[in-house]
Design a protein. Structure first.
Length: 311
C-alpha cells in the first residue's frame, strides 16, 4: 500500500502556547476553522480523546469521528480518522507548533493517507483535496488565531433564559422544527429548511427588523434531542465577523429552563459605516447584543407558549 506524506506550514503572530491551546480545545474550532460547525467529545482520557466533528466540505455539511493524542509539552497534536470515506482508505496527521519568538510561531500541518485499492485517480483526488484544504485551513487559521489572540474586546458571549412550565421535549421541538417558523414566529418572513442527514440541518431565513426591512441569514445546525441545538451562522450581517450559538433545554423542578446562547466576534471595519462616525466598539457590542437578544427572546417566548399549551 502506498502511503503519501505531505506537509504544509504557516507563520502566525501569536505565542506558540496560545496557538496550541486554541487548536487543542475543540470548543474553539467553530471560531478558528471556517468549515467547522460544531465539535464535541465522545471520550476523554489522559492525553487521548475521541471527538466528533460537524463541518462543511464543498458546501455540504458532513460529520465524522477522529482520535487525537495531545502532547502539550512538545506542542504537538496527532489525529487519525476512525472511518474514512472513499476514495480515502486511511487519513491521519500531526499539528506541530514551533515558537519563533515570544509573540510568533510556525504551525506545521502534516498529513499521511492512502487511497482505496491504491487507485492512482483516487490518490490524485486526495492529493488535491488535502493540498487545497490545508492551504485554505492554514490561511484562515492564521487570520482567526491572530484575531482570537487579540480579540478580547471584540469577542463576547451572552445568553437569555426563560423558565417554561412544560416539557423539555416540547420546547426543543419548537426550536428544532424551524421549517414551521414562518407560521409560528411573526419576525420570520420566509424559511428554507433541510435536514438531509438526521441531526444536521441547513436553515436559511428572512427575518423582519423593527423598521420593516428584511435580512437573510443562513446557518448550519447540529441537533441533540431533546436538550441542545448548536449552530453556526455562515451569512453574516456587516457588524459580525463570526456568530455561533446554541439553544439548551434543562429540566428542573418548575419544568424546563430554555436558554439561547450567542458568541460573537465584531467586524470592526464596519462599525462606523453602519452606526455612524462616532460609534465605538462598545456601541457595536450593545447594538448587536440588542438585535440578537430581541429575536432570541421572542423565539423563547413563543416556545414557552407552545410547550405550556401542550401540557
Amino acid at each position: 500500500m502506498t502511503t503519501r506524506q505531505v506537509e504544509h506550514e504557516i507563520t502566525v503572530e501569536a505565542p506558540a502556547a496560545a496557538v496550541y491551546r486554541l487548536i487543542a480545545e475543540v470548543e474553539n474550532w467553530p471560531r478558528i476553522f471556517p468549515p467547522t460547525i460544531y465539535v464535541d467529545h465522545v471520550e476523554r482520557g489522559a492525553g487521548e480523546e475521541r471527538i466528533r466533528i460537524w463541518a462543511t466540505a464543498n458546501g455540504e455539511a458532513k460529520n465524522w469521528s477522529s482520535r487525537r493524542t495531545l502532547d502539550p509539552e512538545n506542542l504537538r497534536i496527532t489525529f487519525r480518522q476512525e472511518v474514512s470515506t472513499p476514495p480515502v482508505a486511511a487519513m491521519g496527521g500531526t499539528w506541530i507548533i514551533e515558537p519563533l519568538s515570544a509573540a510568533s510561531a510556525r504551525i506545521r500541518l502534516l498529513h499521511d493517507y492512502r487511497a482505496v485499492d491504491d487507485d492512482p485517480e483516487g490518490l490524485k483526488w486526495i492529493d488535491e483535496a488535502v493540498d487545497r484544504n490545508s492551504r485554505s485551513e492554514l490561511a484562515a487559521l492564521k487570520t482567526n488565531v491572530e484575531r482570537a489572540h487579540a480579540a478580547g474586546e471584540i469577542t463576547f458571549s451572552f445568553e437569555d433564559t426563560v423558565q417554561i412550565a412544560g416539557s423539555a421535549k416540547d420546547a426543543y421541538d419548537f426550536v428544532n422544527e424551524a421549517g414551521l417558523w414562518v407560521e409560528r414566529l411573526p419576525h420570520v418572513a420566509s424559511v428554507r429548511f433541510s435536514e438531509d442527514t438526521p441531526g444536521l440541518q441547513t436553515l436559511e431565513m428572512d427575518t423582519r427588523a423593527k423598521d420593516g426591512s428584511t435580512h437573510t441569514t443562513k446557518s448550519y445546525r447540529v441537533t441533540f434531542p431533546h436538550y441542545k441545538i448548536a449552530y453556526k451562522q455562515v451569512t453574516l450581517p456587516a457588524l459580525m465577523a463570526l456568530h455561533t450559538g446554541y439553544w439548551t433545554f434543562t429540566e428542573n423542578d418548575g419544568g424546563v429552563a430554555a436558554t439561547s446562547q450567542h458568541t460573537v466576534v465584531l467586524n470592526t471595519e464596519n462599525i462606523t459605516k453602519i452606526l455612524g462616525p462616532e460609534a465605538t466598539v462598545a456601541d457595536a457590542r450593545e447594538y448587536v447584543r440588542g438585535a440578537l437578544s430581541t429575536n432570541s427572546r421572542a423565539t423563547l417566548g413563543y416556545a414557552k407558549d407552545y410547550a405550556e399549551n401542550k401540557r
